[in-house]
Design a protein around this ligand. Structure first.
Ligand code: HC0
Length: 568
């Protein structure tokens, strides 16, 4: 360990700690923009300069490591003048129409300007922006707001390994952009939104669809229903300053009712339905022959990735639609038939932690009875904005419950929201359906947690089932390369595009750092543990749905409504 002093406060930290990290230990928040706790050191914004005794020059705290006896000062005149100067330079290159920005009130640059009492810069405006990129359904890039911190480039290149975002030009013309300054729609962007999740400002944000949803709610001809994804309920509370990982299911349902939705349903229900279909598809491939390993198909960023980059492996995908789209299909068939409504009058909204879900809902295949299965997708952040805009005191809300017939989800459906959850849910069902015996333990802990790739061997009677889970597309690539070489030892693979799974989705409240993800994952498994039903095939409403409408898993009606094909 190394002992140093920061602003005369003694700090003891392990060797290899940066000044910035050491300062955090004693609650000293050194200004920064390019630094992100889960990313590699970039040291390009230089806002984190500090005064180190004995050094003539100011030192970047994010990239300088502590040494024994080091004395650091974070608030000298020299330091503050430099930081203020840098902030003014950044502002001169930044669109300052804050009231119009989705990140207003949650912008790292704005917070720093407040801290330094800067309301505008007197420097010459040097904004040299590319045209606003709003050509895709998921994300908007506004290069006039970009602070060139490179966090998004890191997320795109080093974590997701999608390599869409990169740099162009030099000096004041320097920009973060896809190659040839193309709009995202024309690139291999998978719309995972991991760039938006790390952006300190509003340079990359979700496409805001809240106005569309308000219009539907106010339209008396529309019956507006909403489904909520598994990972939203453990993250929405962040937007209302609740402790990270607070489970807010009941308050969230109450808020949705106050907003005016006619029925509030649970995507966990169709996650259970996915397990019925996908589990049986796996059993069929294992027993009757079919492409193995089979890979899950519910994460739309992952689907965009395999379709764009690995289309020769598409036969490995399960043909199941995602739970979002299975819900959508039922909402425009079974639901209006039961209620005696015209499917055209049902307006289906999804609340998702994911920006790629907006893209998924607009795929031409995702139509049932001649209408789009899902009419609008809002991210967790957009739902939070609707609640705030309606003046609802979220924290004070009394808990409410989901409506029927899509309101019961089991623990298996709940854990879809965390990496490894779909695998664990599928194993709970596959084991019991194949063996006809009850599982000795429901918890497949080997596939839980934040390791990049997890694997497990499950004994089902005398069959050894080797399975793997990857989250984050960089990790997915490793498993895909094995398949390409014919060296994959697995029968079943779960892939989720976002690191941590949906709890770390690109549409979740900012920030989703590793420690926040851990808290959300804990909460997801707590929901599972506390539920009386923890296996999809025991969901009574799923059984009723098959009895009354679908027939059997993989049957004719299921194929029509719940399965699809993927293509390059
Ligand atoms: Fe997910 Fe899903 S679990 S992708 O992460 O499968 O977005 O939360 O809604 O559809 O259920 C996201 C989360 C979903 C779907 C489910 C799956």
């Amino acid at each position: 360990n190394i002992k140093i002093k920061i602003d005369n406060i003694e700090v003891i930290v392990p060797e290899g700690t940066t000044i910035l990290e050491a300062a955090k230990k004693v609650n000293i928040n050194i200004p920064h923009l390019c630094y992100h706790p889960d990313q590699a050191i970039k040291a390009n914004c230089r806002l984190c300069v500090v005064d180190v005794s004995g050094s003539r020059k100011l030192t970047a705290a994010c990239s300088s490591f502590v040494y024994e006896g080091m004395e650091v000062h974070t608030n000298t005149k020299k330091v503050r003048d430099m930081q203020k100067g840098i902030l003014e330079l950044i502002l001169a290159n930044h669109d300052q129409d804050c009231l119009k920005c989705l990140r207003n009130g949650n912008c790292e640059l704005q917070a720093l300007c407040q801290r330094f009492n800067i309301s505008k810069t007197n420097l010459v405006d040097t904004v040299d922006a590319l045209p606003l990129d709003d050509t895709n359904p998921s994300l908007i890039r506004d290069s006039a707001k970009c602070v060139k911190c490179n966090r998004c480039v890191d997320a795109c290149q080093k974590v997701q390994e999608v390599h869409v975002l990169t740099h162009s030009h030099r000096s004041v013309h320097y920009n973060i952009t896809p190659a040839y300054e193309m709009p995202l729609e024309q690139t291999f962007c998978v719309f995972c939104g991991q760039c938006a999740a790390v952006c300190p400002v509003g340079a990359i944000v979700e496409k805001d669809d809240t106005a569309k949803v308000w219009d539907a709610i106010y339209d008396p001809k529309k019956h507006v229903i909403v489904q909520v994804a598994p990972a939203v309920r453990v993250a929405l509370g962040d937007a209302f300053n609740l402790p990270k990982g607070t489970i807010v299911t009941g308050k969230m349902v109450a808020a949705l009712r106050r907003l005016g939705f006619d029925k509030i349903f649970d995507t966990n229900f169709t996650a259970d339905l996915t397990i019925m279909e996908e589990g049986n598809e796996l059993i069929q491939r294992l027993t009757k022959g079919g492409t193995l390993p089979m890979i899950t198909s519910c994460s739309p960023g992952w689907i965009n990735f395999i379709e764009g980059r690995y289309d020769h492996l598409l036969a490995h995908l399960s043909s199941c639609k995602s739970p979002q789209q299975m819900f959508g299909a039922l909402s425009k068939s079974y639901y209006p038939e039961m209620a005696g409504m015209d499917p055209k009058n049902v307006y289906t909204v999804s609340i998702m932690p994911c920006t790629a879900k907006k893209y998924e809902a607009q795929r031409p295949e995702m139509m049932t009875n001649g209408v789009a299965e899902v009419d609008a997708v809002l991210t967790t952040r957009e739902l939070a904005r609707m609640i705030q805009s309606a003046g609802i005191d979220f924290v004070a809300l009394e808990e409410d419950q989901f409506d029927n017939p899509f309101g019961i989800g089991t623990g298996a459906g709940a854990i879809f929201g965390a990496t490894g959850g779909v695998m664990e849910a599928a194993l709970r069902t596959a084991y019991e359906v194949i063996t006809g015996k009850g599982l000795p333990s429901l918890n497949f802990t080997e596939v839980r947690g934040l390791s990049g790739i997890k694997e497990s061997i499950v004994l089902i009677d005398d069959m050894e089932l080797k399975v793997a889970v990857a989250h984050g597309l960089g990790n997915a690539k490793i498993l895909l390369k094995q398949i390409e070489k014919g060296e994959s030892p697995y029968a079943f693979i779960e892939i989720m595009a976002c690191p941590g799974g949906c709890i770390g989705g690109g549409g979740q409240p900012i920030k989703s750092t590793r420690d926040v993800k851990e808290k959300r994952i804990e909460a997801i498994y707590k929901i599972d543990e506390d539920l009386p039903l923890r296996k999809s095939h025991k969901n009574p409403d799923i059984l009723k749905l098959y009895d009354n409408y679908l027939g059997e898993p993989l049957g004719h009606k299921s194929h029509q409504l719940l399965h699809t094909h993927y293509h390059s």
